[in-house]
Design a protein around this ligand. Structure first.
Ligand SMILES: Nc1ncnc2c1ncn2[C@@H]1O[C@H](COP(=O)(O)OP(=O)(O)OP(=O)(O)O)[C@@H](O)[C@H]1O
Ligand SMILES: O=C(O)[C@H](O)COP(=O)(O)O
Length: 397
């Protein structure tokens, strides 16, 4: 890796400001999924076990620079104690005298969790004063918040300007797995892209067309492509102004020899509802007034067969409205095919797909589930992630 990692730092006796991504889904004050907390444990343990005084910082939700009681990190502090099987310190402040006092009292191996950094109005503005204040708390900066690496905020980017810095183990692993997959892929290499918005996935589709052998499209975004093929799509999701772009992607795929697969059948509904009337139709027979809310069984089978003969698969975005039971089959089928593909390295690109895999109880069967939603997408688009770009390079010594 080009960037320094935590293994390049001497942390004993040092105060280390460590950014993690504890932006976990909450359900009525209870943590609904602690994957991101678990993912940060190797770095936290390493720092603490090696005698650092660890200052942890994270955001949760989007409080927009104000204190929002439901977004305090108290439940995270508690879960962290359970997972680490030891006590940690937690302060209800982001910065200021109380934080400074608590930091000054830390002993080697101690861990202090700061309050949700987005309670401070300077965080998302990448305010230099706040960056200096964070930097004054510590002697070293470690970023392990892969999920937030695409944000240039104080705790993810600004503070790195004032302290020697390195990536934590999670960022190192994410970059290694996603980076290897994209730059040096095992073949056949297949990407499955779903979700709702063509607009959000343009960059990824474009970039992947230069790299993959098979590209399979599902979810709501498939229907802009189906429309571009010349079929009626009823009331299915459509981004009218992206039809030409969809055509250009299909042309690019042909020129590059990429097999570009679109749904051949769909589950259609007479309304966007769990209780809607539904039926399975071939893709050229979507009735007017109906909406396609999932890929159909023939498509699921087609996509599953391609998955099974692939050596590497990246999946980002659900195949249908999986939150509603009648439209969950396509997403579940693809997840199952990935789980059963023993000789295939499977990468789940974060966000909704990671949640779906978790929901179906198949997480253990995947080779890598990224903790980044937006971050993994931007990485796959080939964009520089500011939270990583800001870290010290290996050769800078
Ligand atoms: N056929 C469809 N019609 C309308 N909405 C759909 C359809 N298929 C999937 N969706 C919706 O797409 C949403 C996810 O779309 P989005 O583009 O946000 O994906 P995503 O969150 O970016 O995926 P990921 O987080 O894995 O990158 C889900 O809530 C799902 O219900
Ligand atoms: O969940 C995420 O994608 C990250 O934690 C970043 O959150 P954000 O989209 O609110 O910046």
């Amino acid at each position: 890796m080009r960037k320094k990692t935590i293994n390049d730092l001497q942390v004993k006796g040092k105060r280390v400001f460590c950014r993690v991504d504890f932006n976990v889904p909450m359900d009525g004050g209870v943590i609904a999924d602690d994957t991101r907390i678990r993912a940060a444990l190797p770095t936290i343990r390493h720092l603490s076990d090696n005698g650092a005084m660890v200052i942890l910082a994270s955001h949760m939700g989007r409080p927009k620079g104000k204190i929002v009681e439901e977004l305090r990190l108290a439940p995270v502090a508690k879960r962290l104690e359970e997972l680490l099987e030891r006590s940690i310190h937690y302060t209800r402040e982001v910065i200021g005298e109380e934080v400074e006092k608590q930091v000054s009292e830390l002993r080697e191996g101690d861990i202090l969790l700061l309050e949700n950094v987005r309670f401070h109005p300077g965080e998302e503005k990448n305010d230099a004063e706040l960056a200096k204040a964070f930097a004054n708390l510590a002697e070293l900066y470690v970023n392990d918040a892969f999920g937030t690496a695409h944000r240039a905020h104080v705790s993810t980017e600004g503070v790195a300007k004032y302290l020697p810095s390195a990536a934590g183990f999670l960022i190192e692993k994410e970059l290694e797995v996603l980076g290897n997959a994209l730059s040096n892929p095992q073949r056949p290499f297949t990407a499955i892209i779903g979700g709702a918005k063509v607009k959000d996935k343009i960059g990824v589709i474009d970039n992947l067309l230069d790299k993959v052998d098979h590209l399979m499209i599902g979810g709501g975004l498939a229907f802009t492509f189906v429309k571009a093929q010349g079929h009626d799509i009823g009331n299915s999701l459509l981004e009218e102004d992206k039809i030409e772009l969809a055509k250009s992607f299909m042309k690019k795929a042909e020129e590059k020899g990429v097999q570009f697969l679109l749904p051949i059948d769909a589950i259609v509904a007479d309304s966007f509802s769990e209780h809607a009337q539904t039926k399975v139709v071939d893709i050229e027979q979507i009735p007017s007034g109906w909406l396609a809310l999932d890929i159909g069984p023939k498509t699921t089978e087609l996509y599953s067969n391609v998955i099974k003969k692939s050596k590497l698969v990246i999946w980002n975005g659900p195949m249908g409205v999986f939150e509603m039971e009648p439209f969950a089959q396509g997403t579940k089928g693809v997840a199952q095919a990935l789980a059963e593909a023993d000789n295939t390295y499977t990468i789940i690109g974060g966000g909704d797909s990671a949640r779906a895999v978790e929901h179906f109880g198949l997480s253990e069967k995947m080779d890598h589930i990224s903790t980044g939603g937006g971050a993994s997408l931007e990485f796959m688009e080939g964009k520089d992630l500011p939270g990583i770009a800001a870290l010290d390079d290996r050769h800078s010594e």
